[in-house]
Design a binder for this molecule. Structure first.
Ligand code: TXA
Ligand code: MG
Length: 351
């Protein structure tokens, strides 16, 4: 659908105003939108997604200059980031204004705010009027991979969603970077579509990466499984990848190997071993990651081996998602939350 498909946008906005749930494309992933001021629609989003009520939703709006309508305090750093990166894959966590209902933020006093950079999302938000906004999580079931096409959304939810606006494949393909503020210092709570260096450049170098974000997954069991494909998955360094693959093959397991360094498809070919080379360029890798994992899930392999991506800030969001996906669920820890207060907030890296 093109953004100039005025009639479909108007119909979608009317549906939202009437309490409907509309999935819509953004530049990152598809969102599952409800009119922020309609409490029963917001409640339905939690129900459809099977998400606990205390996990906050991001509020999406169209006009970055209206940030003060949604946030009651805006540190200078937040204004700078908003001005520079919106519309774009950046979510700011700020004290919520009285215009943000409590059920949207799961009872928290802060709210996640974002102006998405997608013509359909922006047209839809504009059609809701100057005070309109959409409370929207990623349009996947709780703990599953985020959708990057309209087809993925339908696969997740079928008819439980009233309308899915089709904007094709999402350009970024990974969720937005989430930034919170502590004493006027920016803290990265979820690495995502805006790379760390870009944030640091705009803020003159003052960005903090909490240890749990920087080293996500290095402490076994410290974080819960998330963004998980259905196929059992192992994240392995380059050196041990093929050895492990041959081991699994010898046990008769149908195994697929996803690499970034080895672009040579000739290494596949035995009956039980499939090689899936991914792009070397992190932006392209990131944009295809979720769709690729969904595709591989459909092929019902016994095991998915993924080559650990290179170190470095350009791969940080990808590394974060792969580590979360390869971790086994820990029932003691809440799933799907990067930013819940009970998680470790030790800060070790000032960049
Ligand atoms: O790219 C994105 O951010 C996509 C698109 C649709 O905009 N949305 C998205 O939403 O990823 P969701 O709900 O799947 O992930 C939002 C994350 C959750 O981990 C949530 O806990 C956190 O943001 N979050 C939202 N509001 C928060 C708040 N007030 N304080 C702390 N964390 C918050
Ligand atoms: Mg999500």
């Amino acid at each position: 659908m093109m953004p100039d498909n005025h009639d479909e946008i108007i119909a979608a906005a009317a549906l939202l105003k009437a309490g409907g749930i509309v999935a819509f494309p953004t530049e990152t992933v598809y969102g599952l939108g409800a009119d922020v001021s309609n409490s029963s629609a917001v409640r339905r989003v939690f129900e459809i997604k099977k998400r606990p009520a205390d996990h906050p939703l991001i509020v999406h709006f169209a006009d970055a200059s209206r940030l003060h309508h949604w946030a009651r305090e805006i540190p200078e750093q937040a204004s700078q980031l908003a001005e520079h990166f919106w519309p774009g894959p950046l979510t700011l966590i700020l004290p919520r204004s009285r215009h943000v209902p409590e059920n949207v933020t799961g009872g928290q006093d802060t709210v996640g705010l974002r102006v998405p950079d997608h013509p359909i999302a922006l047209a839809l938000l504009n059609a809701l009027g100057p005070e309109g906004a959409l409370a929207a999580p990623s349009a996947n079931r709780f703990g599953r991979l985020s959708p990057t096409t309209a087809v993925h959304v339908r696969e997740e939810f079928g008819d439980a969603v009233d309308l899915v606006l089709d904007g094709g494949a999402c350009r970024v393909g990974l969720e937005s970077t989430i930034v919170g503020f502590n004493d006027h210092t920016a803290i990265i709570l979820r690495p995502g579509g805006i790379p760390l260096e870009a944030l640091a450049e705009v803020l003159g170098g003052k960005v903090i990466v909490p240890e749990k974000t920087h080293r996500a997954g290095r402490v076994p069991g410290s974080l819960a499984s998330h963004y998980a494909p259905a196929t059992p998955m192992e994240l392995l360094p380059t050196e041990s990848l093929w050895r492990r693959a041959l081991e699994l093959e010898a046990r008769g397991l149908r195994t697929v190997i996803m690499t970034w360094s080895d672009q040579n498809p000739e290494r596949s070919g035995t009956r039980n071993l499939t090689h899936f080379p991914m792009p070397l360029e992190p932006k392209v890798y990131g944009s295809r990651l979720y769709a690729t994992l969904r595709q591989l899930d459909r092929e019902c392999f016994d095991r998915l081996l993924i080559e650990t991506p290179p170190d470095g800030p350009a791969w940080m969001a990808i590394m974060d998602r792969l580590q979360r996906a390869s971790r086994l669920p820990d029932p003691a820890i809440k799933v799907n939350d990067y930013t819940s207060p009970q998680e470790d907030r030790n800060i070790t890296n000032v960049i």
